[in-house]
Write a protein that binds this ligand. Structure first.
Ligand code: SF4
Length: 331
């Protein structure tokens, strides 16, 4: 299943991606089950767009991003970047892919080595990949820092000498060192002070325009996603339950889980009355997901069929994908 893009327009194609973590017990570390962090996820991202993955903490969105970059191994499925089979790549092909595909982590402090100046950290990447050495590498470091809103002399400073927002600018500069085309931005502003979040979002948008970047933007914050995304995918218990163009998603979310998430966004206009949908119960364990629709234990519209038949992620005639028996009755 793809999610609405023709293959020639998609720079990233993810098909039936699975990432299971084994649950082990005893002195022999016997495997007694699996946590299905990502369980059969498929989507496409077209060149130059921002595709947002949203959902509550633990839904599998960050694991999806890390698996795409092979920071953790996939259990199954297929990932194609620019037509290249990412999971099968090795040697030179993998090095080429690593240059093109980068990540910006949530916590900029733990993403940086506290014992290295930020200039040394970025120079090391340039040198390891044979892009620049010596004075040329230093020039490139300073150019990257300035491009990300810092000063060239910041290259001689250590991570603890920066504010949180400045550190995230350093992490973004480092991610750009290899001239990537695709960036996984994994909750890039959620560890930052609210007052500087918009500055980092603006920087990411400027860089996207200037450098023609493609983003997989992972966030639990639907207000930020509304500002940032072109298309939105909603994850629940390791599965995609809805995928749609941003405007359509915010105008008319189809999946009951998405409706509940969107009902929780505060509105700035006090005259607008909004009915908040409060979900009952906790998210079930991904080690023991419910049969049928994974959302049926919390869904206000649950029907008999939902308890036994897994709803497929399928499009409506307008190309809005949802995995729900209410949206696709009798199918
Ligand atoms: Fe709710 Fe059933 Fe739709 Fe699942 S399939 S979201 S339980 S109505």
């Amino acid at each position: 299943m793809s999610t609405g893009l023709s293959p020639e327009r998609a720079v990233l194609e993810v098909r039936d991606l699975k990432k299971y973590f084994p649950i082990r017990t005893g002195v022999l570390s016997r495997v007694i089950g699996h946590v299905k962090a990502v369980d059969g996820v498929s989507f496409d991202i077209r060149s130059g767009e921002t595709f947002a993955l949203v959902g509550e903490s633990g839904c599998g969105k960050s694991t999806t991003g890390r698996t795409i970059l092979r920071l953790t191994g996939a259990t199954g499925g297929e990932i194609r970047y620019d037509g290249e089979d990412v999971l099968a790549a090795s040697g030179d092909r993998m090095r080429r892919l690593r240059k093109s595909m980068q990540i910006v982590f949530q916590d900029p402090y733990s993403a940086l080595n506290p014992r290295m100046t930020v200039g040394a950290a970025i120079r090391e990447i340039l040198q390891v990949h044979g892009i620049a050495h010596g004075a040329e590498a230093q020039d490139r470091v300073e150019e990257l820092l300035v491009r990300c809103g810092l000063e060239s002399y910041h290259s001689w400073r250590y991570p603890h000498e920066f504010s949180g927002g400045q550190r995230q600018r350093v992490v973004i500069a480092r991610a750009l060192a290899l001239d990537p085309q695709f960036i996984v931005a994994d909750e890039p502003i959620s560890a930052l002070d609210v007052s500087i979040q918009s500055q980092i979002i603006n920087l990411l948008e400027d860089l996207q325009d200037d450098l023609k970047l493609t983003y997989l933007f992972i966030s639990h914050d639907l207000s930020v996603v509304r500002h940032m995304a072109d298309r939105v995918g909603v994850m629940y218990l390791g599965k995609l339950v809805e995928v749609a163009d941003k405007d359509e998603f915010y105008r008319e979310p189809l999946h009951p889980y998405s409706q509940a998430l969107l009902s929780a966004i505060p509105v700035s206009d006090p005259s607008v009355k909004k009915q908040r949908i409060i979900l009952k119960g906790d998210v079930p364990s991904p080690a023991n997901p419910p049969a049928g629709c994974p959302f049926h234990t919390r869904c206000p519209y649950v029907m008999d069929v939902c308890r036994s038949v897994v709803p497929e992620l399928k499009p409506t005639p307008s190309g809005h994908y949802a995995a729900c028996h209410l949206v696709h009755p009798n199918e």
